[in-house]
Design a protein around this ligand. Structure first.
Ligand code: TZP
Ligand code: MG
Length: 219
């Protein structure tokens, strides 16, 4: 099975997932620029409601911010959108396009990530050519009300120990618990509200990435 191990060469420390529900009247590109300038190392454009036309425009705007700053831009679900705008890759869920088919469409160079909730999904993703894994959810979160039962720090530690690919943890991660999450052995934290609901996204991102790096250095 084709496996893009190029996930290993990326910096997964602070992975921002977008959600337009948190923006109010702030333009997405402006908030993402602040987050990236603050220290986000990966951005996933996740938009469930907008028209395809709008999504193309927003994805292009985000690419114009991310690429010059050497930040990876991934697209949630939409392989066509990722290819059309030249994004760095795609993030899939368990009910989305199966990984081998996604790899066939994207080719070997694009980053392909998937959310996993347990060991069997993790093992499946590793043999089916994922580049990185998002371990979800660590804690309960109202950002994704239909999330699976939270695994907690103990569950995260166990799951992260099984992974050979780079991992990020998602779900209810904040400035307060970021260091504990990193000490479970993941390569980075993945957040929505901790950055997008903050009044100062740059400062929020800066504080989060600093906690990730400090926690990693202390391990
Ligand atoms: N997948 C699992 S939990 C989640 C997603 C997209 C939302 C995480 O949002 P927050 O605000 O960082 O808890
Ligand atoms: Mg999906």
């Amino acid at each position: 099975m084709t496996s893009g191990n190029h996930g290993k060469s990326r910096d997964w420390s602070l992975y921002l997932v977008t959600d337009s529900r948190f923006l109010g009247d702030r333009p997405l590109a402006e908030v993402v620029r602040e987050a990236v300038d603050g220290g986000a190392t990966v951005v996933q454009y996740r938009e469930k409601r907008a028209s395809t036309r709008r999504m193309v425009v927003e994805a292009q705007e985000l690419l114009a911010i991310c690429r010059p700053r050497n930040v990876s831009l991934l697209i949630n679900d939409r392989l066509d959108l990722a290819l059309a705008v030249g994004a760095d890759g795609v993030h899939l869920g368990q009910d989305d396009m199966p990984l081998p088919l996604a790899r066939k469409i994207l080719g070997p160079e694009k980053i392909l990530g998937i959310t996993v909730h347990n060991e069997s999904e993790l093992e499946g993703a590793e043999v089916q050519g994922a580049d990185y894994l998002s371990l979800a959810p660590v804690f309960a979160t109202s950002t994704k009300p239909d999330h699976q039962p939270p695994m907690g720090l103990q569950g995260l530690r166990k799951l992260a120990a099984k992974a050979h690919l780079p991992t990020v943890a998602i779900g209810g991660i904040t400035r307060e618990n970021a260091a504990d999450v990193v000490r479970c052995g993941v390569d980075g934290i993945c957040v929505v509200s901790a950055i997008l609901a903050a009044s100062d996204p740059r400062k929020a991102a800066g504080e989060l990435v600093e906690r990730v790096r400090t926690a990693r250095a202390s391990m």
